[in-house]
Ligand binder design. Structure first.
Ligand code: CMC
Length: 428
C-alpha cells in the first residue's frame, strides 16, 4: 500500500482512488469502488489498460523486451535451465533444490500415463481432426476420469490435478499426432526426460528402438521453456475466468486450449510458417511487406507484433538461435529460413514497422524449428498448449489461493434497443 491516490473528477463529484505499487512495473489505480461511488463503469475493450488480478509469477516489460519468471530472465532460463525446473519454478515460486527437482520430476513421471479408457475416447475423433480440437476434447474429458482431483477447495487435490495435467499433456499431444497418421500409441517410457519421452511417443514406433537426439531434445525443451508462461495473455485470462466460477481444473485448462487455438494467439506459429512458405523466395518478401502496410489489405505479417512487446520479443532471439542450431544438426537447408531472415531484415528497417514498434515475436522462428524436427504444422499450437499448461496451472493455483479472488464478471457499455413491447409474429 502507498499513500498515492488518483483523483477522478465527474459531474457528480470528485473521487480519490488508491494507487497500488507493484514490485516492479507500472502502478495500478484501484477502482474497485468506482461503480459503487459514481454509478459508472470503465470502458476498456481488450483490457489494454486493465489489471485483472495481482500475480507474482511472470513479469513483462514490453518496452524493454524483458520477460521474467519469478524474477529470473527468460534468456537465462532458456540457456541454463530445463523445462521441469521452470515448471517447478512457476508452480512453487523458487528454483528447486536438487532433491526437490528429483522429487518433482519423479512425481510428474508417475502421472504420464492416461487412463486406458481414453484410448477409446480418441477413437471417436475423425483421423483428420485438428490436434487442437482433439486436445480441447480430451483435456476437458480428463475431469470425467480423475474424480479424485477435482475438489478445488482441497490444496492437495489441486496440486495432484496440476501434476496430472503437466504430466499427461505430452502423452495426449503425442496420441493426437499418432492418431492422425494411423500409427499405434506409444506408452510413456519413464527413464527418459520429460521432453525425450515426448519425442519418443511422437516419433517412435513399437517396432524399433528410438534414440533421442540430445540436440533436438535440448531444442524442444527450450521451446517448451519459452512458451511456459506469459502473464495475463488471452488463454491464461480465459483459464482464470473459467476457474473463477469454481469450475474444475481440467475444464479450465480445456478452456485455455480453446482460446489459444486462435491465429492471433497460439495459432500464429502455424500461420507464420504457412506465410513464409507462401512467400517462398526471399525475392518475394518486399511485395508481402507492402501488403502488410496497405490499409486496404487485411494481410498481416504473422509472427510480427505483440500486444505487450514494443521491442524485440526476448523469446524470438533465443528461438532464432535455436533454429540455426537445429537446422545445422539435422543438416537441413530450408529456404524458408532465408525468407524469414530477409523478411525480418526488411521489416525491421521499414518506417511502418519501426513507427508501430512491430518486431518478430516468439512464433516467427518456432515454426521453422518444429518443421525441421518433423512436426506437421497442425501440431504447432498443440505443442504450445503442452508447454503453456505449466503456466496455466500455476496461474490457476495462484488465483484459487488468492483471498481477493471473485468470480470474473466484466460489465458493458450497452448500446442496444431500449425497452420495447413484444409484437406477435403475424403483426411484425
Ligand atoms: N503486420 C502488419 N501490421 C500490423 C501487425 C502485423 N503483424 N500487427 C499489428 N499491425 C498494425 C495494425 O494494423 C495496427 O495499425 P493501425 O494502428 O494503423 O491500425 C497497429 O499495428 C496496432 O495493431 P493492433 O492490432 O491494434 O495491435 P494489438 O496489440 O491489438 O495486436 C497482435 C497484437 C499480436 C494481435 C498483432 O500484432 C497481430 O495480429 N500479429 C500477427 C499475429 C501474431 O503473430 N500473433 C502472435 C502473438 S505472440 C504469441 C502469443 O503470445 O500468443
Amino acid at each position: 500500500m502507498t499513500d498515492k491516490t488518483a483523483e477522478l473528477k465527474t459531474e457528480g463529484g470528485d473521487y480519490q482512488y488508491p494507487v497500488l505499487p507493484g514490485s516492479v512495473g507500472p502502478d495500478v489505480i484501484d477502482i474497485r469502488k468506482l461503480y459503487g461511488q459514481t454509478g459508472k463503469f470503465t470502458y476498456d475493450p481488450g483490457f489494454t489498460s486493465t489489471a485483472s488480478c495481482q500475480s507474482a509469477i511472470t513479469y513483462i516489460d514490453g518496452d524493454k523486451g524483458v520477460l521474467l519468471h519469478r524474477g529470473y530472465p527468460i534468456d537465462q532460463l532458456a540457456e541454463h535451465s530445463t523445462f521441469m525446473e521452470v515448471a517447478y519454478l512457476l508452480l512453487h515460486g523458487d528454483l528447486p533444490k536438487k532433491d526437490e527437482l528429483e522429487d518433482f520430476s519423479k512425481t510428474i513421471t508417475y502421472h504420464t500415463m492416461v487412463h486406458e479408457q481414453i484410448v477409446h475416447f480418441f477413437r471417436g475423433f475423425r483421423r483428420d481432426a485438428h490436434p487442437m480440437s482433439v486436445m480441447c476434447g480430451v483435456v476437458g474429458a480428463l475431469s470425467a476420469f480423475y474424480h479424485d482431483s477435482t475438489d478445488i477447495t482441497d490444496p492437495t487435490q489441486r496440486l495432484v490435478a496440476s501434476h496430472r495435467m503437466i504430466a499427461k499433456m505430452p502423452t495426449i499431444a503425442a496420441m493426437a499426432y499418432k492418431y492422425s497418421i494411423g500409427q499405434p500409441f506409444l506408452y510413456p517410457q519413464n527413464d527418459l526426460s520429460y521432453t525425450g519421452n515426448f519425442l519418443r511417443m511422437t516419433f517412435g514406433v513399437p517396432a524399433e528402438t528410438y534414440e533421442v537426439n540430445p540436440v533436438i531434445e535440448r531444442a524442444m525443451d527450450r521451446i517448451f521453456i519459452l512458451h511456459a508462461d506469459h502473464e495475463q495473455n488471452a488463454s491464461t485470462s480465459t483459464v482464470r475466468l473459467a476457474g473463477s466460477s469454481g469450475a474444475n481444473p481440467f475444464a479450465c485448462i480445456a478452456a485455455g486450449i480453446a482460446c489459444l487455438w486462435g491465429p492471433a494467439h497460439g495459432g500464429a506459429n502455424e500461420a507464420a510458417l504457412n506465410m513464409l512458405r507462401e512467400i517462398g523466395d526471399a525475392k518475394n518478401v518486399k511485395s508481402y511487406v507492402d501488403r502488410a502496410k496497405d490499409k486496404n489489405d487485411p494481410f498481416r505479417l504473422m509472427g510480427f507484433g505483440h500486444r505487450v512487446y514494443k521491442n524485440y520479443d526476448p523469446r524470438a532471439k533465443v528461438m532464432q538461435q535455436t533454429a540455426e542450431e537445429v537446422l545445422k544438426e539435422l543438416n537441413i537447408s530450408d529456404p524458408v529460413l532465408d525468407v524469414a531472415r530477409e523478411l525480418e531484415q526488411i521489416a525491421l528497417s521499414d518506417e511502418y514497422f519501426i513507427e508501430k514498434k512491430l518486431y518478430p515475436n516468439v512464433d516467427f522462428y518456432s515454426g521453422i524449428i518444429l518443421n525441421a524436427i518433423g512436426f506437421p504444422t497442425e501440431m504447432f499450437t498443440a505443442l504450445f498448449a503442452l508447454a503453456r499448461t505449466t503456466g496455466w496451472v500455476a496461474q490457476w493455483n495462484e488465483m484459487i489461493s488468492d483471498p481477493e479472488q471473485k468470480i470474473g464478471r466484466p460489465r458493458q457499455l450497452y448500446v442496444g434497443a431500449t425497452q420495447r413491447d413484444y409484437v406477435p409474429v403475424g403483426e411484425r
